[in-house]
Design a protein around this ligand. Structure first.
Ligand SMILES: [Mg+2]
Length: 371
């Protein structure tokens, strides 16, 4: 089997939102949006099998030359030739979505979901609902209770309000409302770029982490810029909760310093952002295991969920050191259904807080008729 062409599809299907949506990482100065769309890759073969993967930028001519004429079974060759982490200063590569489409072809050619071809560890994975916005405290409490009613046992809240004490009072109000049953994760998004962020110092991050420990918070994500390896390591040593990060890592090699210095307890590679892919998630899990660390992969929100989530599920279903997966959800604006609108069947949480790994061949989901 040979690859004949690669298409980038920008679907005309759009989700129109009923009110302005602005994620926490754009606070305070970013522009809100009222819609989002869906883009993906389609890789065609001479045997009529087509693979799909989440889009993250147009492939350059080097990568297209590598793919066209290649057997889709040569994924490790593609990964080590096009995704190994050699970057020029001019552009950052994001070829995880293409690598996912190759796996999708292999799964379809074999009649199996990818996780069973690679060696399954489990058929379902716990998920945490990742909310995206900074809301009023009472709105957060109401929203978390609603999310728990769907079946979720873990929810992530966003931090970095202008006054960090307001972050704490919001987390405390949620903890008081839900009791000890809910696993609470928090994300400070301190690795994002902003003109108006009031960035945390190391001392603020330490103070916040110690206070959050008292509220039995499970995980603190990106409390400092990810380049501050020493500051993150001090923090990880000083508190009980897990310190997490790495969603913006361009490749798996960026985790090396974090593992040697102990700065992240939890690695959060994103299967689609950067040159990670299914192969990179699995390699990262093996390396993390050398250091007794775990993975909780990042899953991008809005239209990327549709193909990013099933691909990440296929990858982590083959991994032991991954206790849960991110599930972007911010009702009423971002729902399970609207973020997976292009799929024939959305992937939904069960009553115990787990996602079933899709069982159809490839990444396990099908795109509905889209124009
Ligand atoms: Mg994050």
């Amino acid at each position: 089997m040979k690859i004949t062409s690669v298409d980038v599809i920008h679907s005309k299907k759009q989700v129109l939102l009923s009110e302005d949506y602005k994620p926490a990482w754009l606070e305070p100065e970013g522009k809100p949006t009222r819609s989002f769309g869906f883009s993906y890759y389609k890789i065609h073969t001479d045997e009529g099998i087509t693979g799909i993967g989440p889009y993250a930028g147009d492939p350059d001519s080097y990568v297209l030359s590598a793919l066209v004429g290649m057997s889709p079974f040569y994924i490790e060759w593609f990964w080590s030739t096009c995704m190994v982490g050699r970057e020029t200063a001019f552009n950052r590569n994001n070829y995880g979505g293409l690598e996912i489409a190759l796996w999708d072809i292999i799964g379809k050619a074999s009649g199996k979901p990818i996780y069973k071809l690679l060696g399954a560890h489990r058929d379902k994975v716990m998920a945490y609902a990742a909310t995206n916005r900074l809301l009023k405290t009472e709105e957060h409490v109401k929203q978390v209770l609603e999310i728990m009613s769907y079946g979720f046992k873990a929810v992530k809240l966003r931090l970095h309000r202008p006054n960090p004490k307001d972050d704490l009072s919001t987390v405390k109000a949620v903890r008081d409302a839900v009791g000890d049953d809910l696993i609470i994760l928090v994300d400070a998004n301190q690795n994002n770029r902003s003109l108006c962020y009031n960035y945390w110092s190391r001392k603020t991050a330490l103070w916040m982490a110690r206070e959050l420990d008292k509220l039995n918070v499970y995980l603190l994500e990106e409390p400092l810029a990810r380049r501050d390896v020493e500051g993150l390591a001090e923090l990880a040593d000083s508190v009980d909760m897990l310190i997490a990060g790495g969603e913006h890592s361009a490749n798996i090699y960026e985790f090396k310093d974090h593992l040697f210095k102990g700065s992240f307890d939890v690695l959060q590679p994103d299967i689609r952002l950067g040159d990670i892919g299914i192969t990179g998630i699995r390699k990262t899990a093996i390396i993390a295991d050398f250091f007794n660390k775990i993975l909780i992969p990042h899953v991008s929100s809005t239209g990327s969920v549709a193909l990013g989530l099933p691909a990440t599920l296929q990858a982590v279903a083959t991994i032991e050191n991954c206790p849960m997966i991110e599930y972007p959800l911010d009702p009423p604006l971002l729902t399970a259904e609207n973020q997976q609108l292009i799929l024939k069947e959305p992937i939904l949480i069960d009553k115990d807080g787990f996602l079933k790994v899709p069982e159809k061949p490839g990444i396990g989901v099908e795109i509905d008729v889209v124009v």
